[in-house]
Design a protein around this ligand. Sequence first.
Ligand code: FAD
Length: 476
Amino acid sequence: MNNSIWNLDTTNNIKELKKDLDIDILIIGGGISGISICYNLINCHKKVVLVEANKVGSGITSKTLGKITALQGHYQDIYNKYGYYITKKYYTSQLEAINLLTKTIIDNKIDCNLEKTAAYLYSSAEATTKKLQEEFQLMQKIGFTNITKENTLPNKEKYPYIISDTNSYTFHPLKYINSLKKIISKNKIDIYENTRIISIIKKDNYYICKSNNGIIKTNKIILACHYPFFLFPYMMPLKVTLEKSYIAAKKEKYYNFSALNKNDKESFRFYKNLTTTYKIFQYGTHNISFNNNYKKHFETLKNKINNWNYLWSNMDIMTGDYIPLIGKIKENFYLATGYNTWGMTNGTLAGKVISDLILKNENTYEKLLDPNRKIYSHWLLAIGSSMYSFTKEKLLPQKKWYNKKIVFDKINNQDVAIYYDNYGIKHPVLRKCPHLKCQLLFNEEEKTWDCPCHGSRFDLEGNVIAGPSNYDIKVK
Ligand SMILES: Cc1cc2nc3c(=O)[nH]c(=O)nc-3n(C[C@H](O)[C@H](O)[C@H](O)COP(=O)(O)OP(=O)(O)OC[C@H]3O[C@@H](n4cnc5c(N)ncnc54)[C@H](O)[C@@H]3O)c2cc1C
């Protein structure tokens, strides 16, 4: 199975839940969101626990590019929808997040390859040059500091229009959150890994959360699990879409910059560890419900970046207005997700905003990020995307690009798909995602079964490796 460049083996110090708990605050999910929220609650004098279904940092955060920047390429989209004030507010939220993140790293002397690395936004097509010019003018208007116009990237590539932002960074995301995990644990907050919350029931003024390892009674719940696994109360599948991208890392000369191509969503950065330097390159972004021939996307990426050393895919939640969903969704129930592929800043911001809400401190971004705001046009797309992939995969279950390695069959009256590996060994799994019964698609490059409706992923043996599904697809 191909893997992300960031994968760190922390198997040795995993602590699982082994008893029932009665606590004040439960954080579900140990990615950058959950860990940042937990870090901000260290001194809150309440009983706080974080549970993580797999290992801390094993989710979307383990597959990110690790850029920390406010140069995200969507200020015009926000401006067209909400106008000047909200656009400026979003920019200041990103600036605050960059300051918080870098301050946390410096204050705690965290070794996570943090580098001040200018970010560039460019366009390779003349057609988008005008859009970039407008983006630059808008950024100036909302008070963006440290930006300039360029026409050459530091590696000497020339483009018709380039915006550079020197207040940007890159880092190693997993070294960062694993260091925060250690700091949190030293401050006597328990983090339980391999502990998946399976159901939540409201009783009087508390919640009962059932996990695979024990029952947790808690007053407050913070969902930092990327895509929540239940339908009610929030009805996530009706509100958001998911975008998937393909990433490769290859050994290459180091340059101290990162870049994002506005017109074809190509994005890259450089990374150096003690011995080697890499270029990390992302390409081929699509809504997970459409255009989901994974094999073709990986082929296209490989054609662009040959001799790769790491290869993987990742996906993130899109909200429709490029502003995340962070805050209270109902009494004592909080959500932190929907980062539109900018989770290093927004996950950090979630740490501050959610902890402020819980501790009843004022936070200037509460209204901006309100997860209960209504984005009707995107909700239509979200429903349409789910329905499309649900129906299409039902009608056309046999895909040519499976390369004849997949056979559909029935075992014990259950619909199964069997993958034959290169040694002819069979790997049978159930065909449908336990979340909302969508037909799964095989991702041959990463050897996973991926859901084209809401993004759940399973390994070859049927173990769930990414939600919203809470259940495996093992054949019984
Ligand atoms: C291709 C790509 C490139 C990106 N590059 C960048 C970048 O350069 N800079 C940037 O700022 N952002 C980037 N992002 C976005 C960023 O990676 C994500 O927004 C961010 O990592 C999401 O973090 P999270 O903590 O919300 O989710 P996750 O990291 O997925 O954490 C959620 C955790 O919850 C756990 N969980 C799920 N269900 C349960 C349950 N029932 N019980 C217990 N635990 C559970 C999961 O196991 C998981 O570990 C990129 C995204 C993509 C797709």
